[in-house]
Write a protein that binds this ligand. Structure first.
Ligand SMILES: *[C@@H]1O[C@H](CO)[C@@H](O)[C@H](O)[C@H]1NC(C)=O
Ligand SMILES: *[C@@H]1O[C@H](CO)[C@@H](O)[C@H](O)[C@H]1NC(C)=O
Ligand SMILES: *[C@@H]1O[C@H](CO)[C@@H](O)[C@H](O)[C@H]1NC(C)=O
Ligand SMILES: [Fe+2]
Length: 431
């Protein structure tokens, strides 16, 4: 939603004018955006205290641990399966970046493994005796549960969403872009890192970029994605990609293939991303695989916000995803929830992907409440509320998708639907 609308919303609250057209609701009046939280550094933290720890998957049995220290500190991770006992150790490297007058701390990057599936590991970063963390690796087979949440930000609503995600029993989190809403104010990347650490250090967080990650300033900062690429390095090289802006990963022993696409880098038929996607999808074994794709700007969208912004990418890439029988496409960007039927080429198609917009994580810009009227038939469920989604893939044929709305701070399951895989539908099997 345009910042203008957010400001108007504040005005609306002050004057009771309906500046942003808040549609009537039967049972739930939608709340305004909440303020940006400030998550300070722990009082006893010093130059070498690990902070902002998050983990991501690397290949079938490794995990990347990423964290920051204010000053120089060892890039090592000690780990094991019993608390306080670390028979394994790995080391990596540290880097930093500068942005206008800001200099980041040391960003440490260590890949650990091989790790056992579905196992709780205890670890500490930089040999720091004071801080033990733990994570659970995903299972090596189905079932597996994903939490899906876009446009997260770092407000009171973000915290509410994170509390719900935390209790969901998820294995892997997928974030379809727009993480911190730092919007060039670099210390906000640090406070975002601290806000999400309790979750992001205990389960893999797999992210792709949104427009808020670009952070270019004309004449001053010409390199896009400086903070994002430095702080949220994803396993692009493990999937043959040359860019942190798009990659893929497998989970559950290859039963699920997830393609994280980049809406803000080249995607036309002569682009690196396009060529990489062709190769990546060709490797997918459709006999046993669910395929999920993730973008930031939605390709299908009946919200008045961001109309048509995903269209060029859809024109370029939808055919590839359709031919590869991608089951679900997640998007963010629009700050609302919307679920479509299986679609292709602007119409319902039983072999197309279910498109789901889940850009309602809780950022400071607020909700996108204005939908096109009447609701087109391909749009099955839409609502402007903060919340998150859960995709539980049970076996080769069935998955359960649910959307969990933040009813104020109560989690309420508001949309729930069974999905059956295209690989199990004879009508959709190609060749
Ligand atoms: C986030 O929510 C939890 C649980 O309600 C609360 O304890 C915590 O203080 C909140 N964090 C912030 C930064 O507001
Ligand atoms: C994949 O499925 C097709 C059609 O159901 C079958 O003919 C083929 O043998 C399967 N391939 C593998 C490797 O299981
Ligand atoms: C997958 O799980 C669903 C729901 O529990 C069940 O109905 C179906 O029979 C299962 N399919 C297979 C192939 O196990
Ligand atoms: Fe966005």
């Amino acid at each position: 939603m345009a910042p203008l609308c957010s400001s108007l919303r504040i005005l609306a609250v002050l004057t009771m004018a309906m500046a942003c057209h808040i549609p009537p609701s039967l049972s739930y009046s939608r709340p305004p955006a909440r303020r940006t939280l400030s998550v300070p550094l722990a009082e006893d933290a010093d130059e070498v205290t690990p902070q902002q720890v998050h983990i991501s998957l690397v290949g079938a049995d490794k995990i990347r641990v990423t964290w920051l220290t204010e000053g120089e500190a060892p890039s090592t991770v000690d780990y094991g399966t019993s608390s306080g006992v670390y028979p394994f150790s790995a080391s990596g490297s540290a880097s930093s970046y500068s942005y206008v007058l800001y200099s980041s701390g040391q960003i440490h990057d260590v890949v650990i493994g091989p790790l056992q599936p579905d196992t709780l590991y205890y670890y500490r970063c930089g040999s720091n005796a004071g801080r033990e963390l733990s994570f659970k690796t995903p299972p090596a087979h189905l079932p597996i549960k994903f939490a899906v949440v876009g446009d997260l930000g770092q407000t009171g609503w973000t915290n509410s969403t994170l509390n719900h995600v935390s209790g969901s029993g998820y294995d892997v989190l997928i974030l379809p872009g727009d993480l911190s809403y730092a919007d060039t104010d670099q210390p906000l990347w640090d406070s975002y890192g601290r806000l999400v650490e309790p979750l992001a250090s205990s389960r893999p967080w797999m992210v792709t970029e949104g427009n808020h990650e670009v952070e270019k300033i004309p004449m001053v900062e010409s390199t896009p994605f400086k903070a994002y690429n430095a702080r949220w390095r994803m396993p692009y090289d493990a999937s043959g990609s040359k860019s942190n802006l798009y990659y893929s990963f497998d989970v559950a022993g290859g039963s699920v293939h997830v393609v994280m696409l980049g809406s803000y880098t080249g995607f036309g038929s002569s682009s690196d991303q396009y060529r990489w996607l062709v190769e990546d999808l060709a490797k997918v074994d459709r006999n046993r695989t669910w395929v999920v794709a993730v973008v930031h700007a939605p390709w299908y969208n009946t919200n008045k916000a961001h109309q048509g912004e995903g269209e060029d990418m859809m024109d370029a890439m939808e055919e590839l995803l359709y031919a590869a029988r991608v089951d679900v496409v997640f998007a963010g960007h629009v700050h609302a929830y919307e679920r479509f039927t299986r679609v292709y080429d602007d119409g319902a198609n039983g072999c197309g992907a279910v498109h789901i917009t889940i850009g309602d994580g809780g950022n400071r810009e607020g909700l996108a409440e204005d939908f096109q009227d009447p609701q087109p038939e391909i749009s099955l469920f839409r609502e402007a509320s903060f919340g998150h989604g859960q995709l539980e893939i049970l076996n080769s044929t069935h998955a359960l998708w649910s959307w969990h709305r933040n009813d104020d701070d109560e989690e309420v399951v508001s949309d729930k639907v069974w999905l059956t895989s295209l690989s199990s539908n004879p009508a959709c099997i190609t060749k």
